[in-house]
Each structure stands twice: as C-alpha cells, then as structure tokens.
Design a protein around this ligand. Structure first.
Ligand code: ZN
Length: 563
C-alpha cells in the first residue's frame, strides 16, 4: 500500500534472469531487462548427462527471449568456450539475430563454428576489448574489462544501468607474474571505486582452498617433462586451452622440437590464435602430420585433443591403434594436461591402460602440476570481493553447493549474508537502486536438447526409448502378412540386439514364432487384417511372453509387410 504512490521504482526495476548455468556445469546464459530493453550475456551449451543418452548437448531455453526479441539490444559473449558460446547458432535466429559483442578471438571461433550452419543468416558482430565501451539501447551502457582465464580475450562486463552498476566476473582466475604477484588487480579496484550494485561471479572452484596454480609453474613442469622425454612427446589437452597450447609451442621451440597437430578443432583454433598473434610459432615449426616420420623421435611434439577419454578424439584413436598417422610405441611420453571432468574417470582409465600396454609413459595433472585450472579458488574470490565491494552478490556458474561455498566466501569478505543470493535457473530477480529481490516469478528454463542438427526435437519419449534400449535391448520382428488369407507367408525373421543371444536360444525363438502364428490365427476373419492392429497385438503379447520368460522388457519393434 505504502509503495504505490511514493515508490515508482517497483515498476521501474531492473530484472535479472539466469537461464542456465546455475544448476549444472555449462549452458551459461543470463539476461537483464529494463523497461522495453534486454541485454543478454553468453549463450553456452551443456554436455549431455547419463540420463540423456544419445543427446549431443543441451542448450538454454530461450522461449521468453523469443517472445520478447524486439526488446533485445545486444548479446555479449564473454569468451570462446563452448559452455559460454556453443549455443549461439541454435538460438540466434529465434532471438532476432541481435548484434554479438565479443573480443577478437571469440569472433573468429564463433564464426568458424557458425559456418557449419549453412542455412542460417550471417552473425552480426562487434569486436570489443579491455576498456571498450558500447551503448546498448537507451538504458544500458556497457564497459568491458580484461579477465585472466585459459583462453585469451576473456572479458568481464560492467553493465551501467539506471539502478546501478552490474558487474559480471565470468570464468576467471588470477594470473601471477614471476614474483608471484597477481596481475590486473588495479583494474578491479578501479571498478570497485566506481560503485558496484551487484556482482555476478564464477563459482566453479569456490569450494577449493588457496589460490590457483600459476601458469608459470605449469610451464616449468611441462618444460622439464618435455626435456626428459627420450622419444616423442604427445600432449593432450582441450582445444580451447589456447594459452597452454601457446606455452607448449614456445617450449618446443626452445628445445628445437617440431610441432604436429592432430584434430580438426585444435588445428582451427591454433590457426585463429596464430592469425591474431596470440600464438607465435617459429617459421616451419608447425608441420603437417604427413611429415611426422621425417624427424627423429626426440624432436617431435604432437598436440592432440582427447585427454578426457572422448571416444572420437585423436588421443583415443591413437590409443586404439586407429589413427592414420600416429601409433603409440615404447619411448613415447604422453602428457594429459587437463583435469578430468567428473564422470570421465572410467574412459580416461581405459585410455591410460591402452597407452601403457603399448609401452608409453603417461603423466597426468594429478601426478605433477601440469594443469592449472581456469577458475578462481577461495582466496582469489575473496580478494575480488574486497576490491569490488559490491552491495549485493549473486554467485553463478556451478552447482548449488559450489555457489553456496561462494556465498560463504563473500560473507567472509564482508558482504552481509542477507545480500548474497543463491538463485535457480529461470528465477526472476527485481533490482532497484537500493534493493535486490528474488521474486517467485519464473521464466521457462527447462532443458532444450540438441540431437545432431535438430533442436528440441528429442522429446521425453525419445529419451525413454533410448533408456529402454540401453537397459533392456531390443527385438525386431519382421513378418510378411497375407491380408486376405489372414496368415504370415513365411517364417517371421527375428533379430535381437542387447537382449538375448538368439543362437543360444533356439527354443525360445521357436516359441516366439509359434506365438506369432497364434496371434494372427485368433483374429476373427470377417474382414481384412489391419497391420497396425497386428503390430500392437504382437508388441503386447510377445512383450508379456518375453517378460514371463526372462523378467526383462526389451523394446519390441514389429515390422509387418503386407501383401
Ligand atoms: Zn571458460
């Protein structure tokens, strides 16, 4: 009651909505809305989960943005990691193809990926960098600042709005100089001194103590390993860890080693980084794989993807002896320079076994510091809170418990507990000059699944089928039906996958055929047989029969050919 006359800000509040990235790793996307204007930050994808077999990945739900696309004034992409930009091509036309603001490397990588979508319009891009300013609509003045991460050109965002400055620290960590001093803190202090209303910040490592491992130490350890290697050195990491790849190329140059690159994405990304001057190999240092055998083993460094044990990546092909150019052999040193993403432990174990059987030496980041994370741990987060001095705090990026840990970090650094908020995907927050309030309003934020190039066409039914297939297997019954006479013309073919091995189950096979004959024979004869009716009878009755025999429910696919 009090508010209606005096406080018009209730109507004029700024809305903040996270569309993804708060209950999972990946699918990062959020937007701000003020009156009739919207600014979006990031459009990432999430890799599939165990409960979504066969789905390529999951993207944010943009239903709300689609309905309000006329309001969208810009899409900011903070850096070129898939969990922040991988969904662009799937959603961009839905949201009206707004201008994308991103740094140089982001522009190249996004465009390269977008080329695969030949039927989509070109992306409209504006390159920004540390210190750039952009006006998005009447209400949003945006400034960008440099953040250290595992890919160059990662930018943080200062969104100057009518209610105050919203600052977004996306994926970041501190980078330390040779004396162990973190770089770039003065720019954070400057941002803080301008006054920050709400800080949105990376929580990926918020539950890890201490500070991040310096890239300098990683570099030193890699250099030692590469120096000690008697034969070839094969380094596997993410294709997007461009900073690390640049370091390895530098070390290789110092050791007079040639560099060979395996894997399409790795090659493309390196080329982009090279074109922009972020990676500077010596002339003739990077060579095509065809020339691999022209060089002595101890003069060879191979860069490849697949340190997570991904089935289709170069490293797995090498381990399985399926790679065209590279076969593992005694004397090889394999360096897996990335931490294992939870869930990938098993495939990585198999990968290591396969390489080890072939006489290779394997080093992994848990044995020796050859991987630094890209995300700030506790002490670095607290330092940011002290410098930025936000009134309100919203930890983003990461599961609830990570964000809860990040809230604690904020409270430890002096932010009042009541001012730190743990939101869920799709929740709407209303922000006024003096307040931040998580409302009970929501927008659609449930999964959208991408399967091949189809978006959102994988429904729950499809997923249920995939789960049945993977748990119970399937049985295909192919029968030719004489519609007029009402019987099968020859013995139905029965194929089974993942259910029972038919050769060992001849009796059951005969029983199924017998049952099939019975099913059609018992259908009254006064009209021609309806194949769909026959199919559903087969599915039900053979299903029950198999369940009684085996206590399993495979998927049954009757194929009825009518003559
Ligand atoms: Zn990242």
């Amino acid at each position: 009651m009090m508010k209606t006359t005096k406080n018009t800000e209730a109507v004029e509040s700024l809305k903040f909505v996270p569309l993804g990235g708060l209950e999972e790793i990946g699918r990062n996307m959020m937007f701000f809305e003020y009156k009739d204007e919207i600014v979006i930050i990031d459009a990432g994808l999430q890799f599939p989960e165990e409960s979504t077999p066969g789905v390529d990945f999951i993207i944010p739900n943009v239903n709300y943005l689609e309905k309000n696309k006329h309001k969208i004034k810009g899409l900011i992409i903070t850096h070129a990691h898939y969990d922040h930009m991988g969904a662009i091509s799937y959603i961009i036309t839905k949201i009206g193809n707004p201008t994308i603001y991103t740094a140089a490397i982001g522009k190249e990588i996004i465009n390269k990926r977008h080329e695969e979508f030949t039927n989509l319009p070109k992306l409209r891009m504006e390159i920004v960098q540390d210190g750039s300013k952009a006006k998005m609509g009447k209400y949003f003045d945006v400034e960008f600042f440099n953040l250290d991460h595992t890919i160059p050109d990662t930018i943080g965002v200062i969104l100057k709005t009518p209610v105050g400055n919203m600052v977004h620290f996306v994926d970041f960590k501190f980078d330390y100089d040779l004396d162990g001093k973190p770089k770039g803190l003065d720019s954070y202090a400057r941002i803080g001194n301008e006054g920050v209303h709400t800080l949105f910040i990376d929580s990926t490592n918020a539950d890890q103590d201490g500070v991040s491992l310096s890239e300098r130490i990683v570099e030193k350890n890699l250099e030692k390993l590469m120096e000690a290697a008697e034969g070839r050195v094969i380094v596997s990491t993410f294709a997007s860890l461009l900073t690390r790849l640049g370091e390895i190329i530098k070390i290789a140059a110092r050791q007079k080693k040639k560099v060979f690159v395996s894997g399409y994405t790795m090659k493309t990304n390196l080329q982009i980084a090279q074109n922009l001057g972020y990676v500077k190999p010596e002339k003739g240092q990077i060579l095509p794989l065809e020339e691999l055998n022209k060089y002595k083993d101890n003069k060879v460094v191979i860069l490849c993807t697949g340190a997570q044990g991904q089935a289709n990546a170069a490293l797995m092909r090498i381990a399985n002896g399926e790679d065209r150019w590279i076969q593992a052999r005694p004397g090889d040193t394999f360096i897996l320079s990335s931490s294992i993403i939870p869930g990938n432990e098993r495939p990585v174990q198999t990968l290591k076994d396969n390489l080890c059987r072939q006489g290779a030496k394997i080093y992994q980041s848990k044995d020796i510091d050859i991987h630094a994370t890209g995300h700030a741990p506790r002490e670095e987060l607290k330092e940011v809170y002290r410098l930025i001095k936000p009134k309100f705090l919203v930890p983003v990026h990461g599961y609830y418990f990570k964000r809860a840990a990040n809230k604690e970090n904020g409270v430890a650094a002096g932010i009042p507990e009541k001012n730190a908020f743990l939101m869920d995907n799709g929740q709407v927050a209303e922000i006024t000059k003096e307040s931040f309030r998580v409302t009970d309003k929501t927008v659609d934020a449930f999964y959208v699944m991408v399967d091949g190039l189809g978006v959102g066409d994988v429904s729950d039914v499809v997923l249920r089928d995939r789960r049945i297939l993977s748990d119970e297997g399937m049985m295909v019954i192919i029968a030719t039906l004489d519609k007029e006479k009402g019987h099968f013309l020859k013995k139905p073919d029965i194929i089974s996958r993942g259910f029972i091995y038919l050769k060992d189950n001849q009796t059951m096979l005969e029983e199924i055929r017998h049952k099939l004959r019975h099913i059609v024979e018992r259908i009254p004869r006064h009209q021609p047989l309806d194949p769909d009716y026959v199919k559903s009878l087969v599915r039900d009755q053979i299903g029950t029969f198999l369940y009684n025999k085996t206590k399993r429910r495979p998927m049954i696919l009757p194929v009825i050919i009518e003559v």
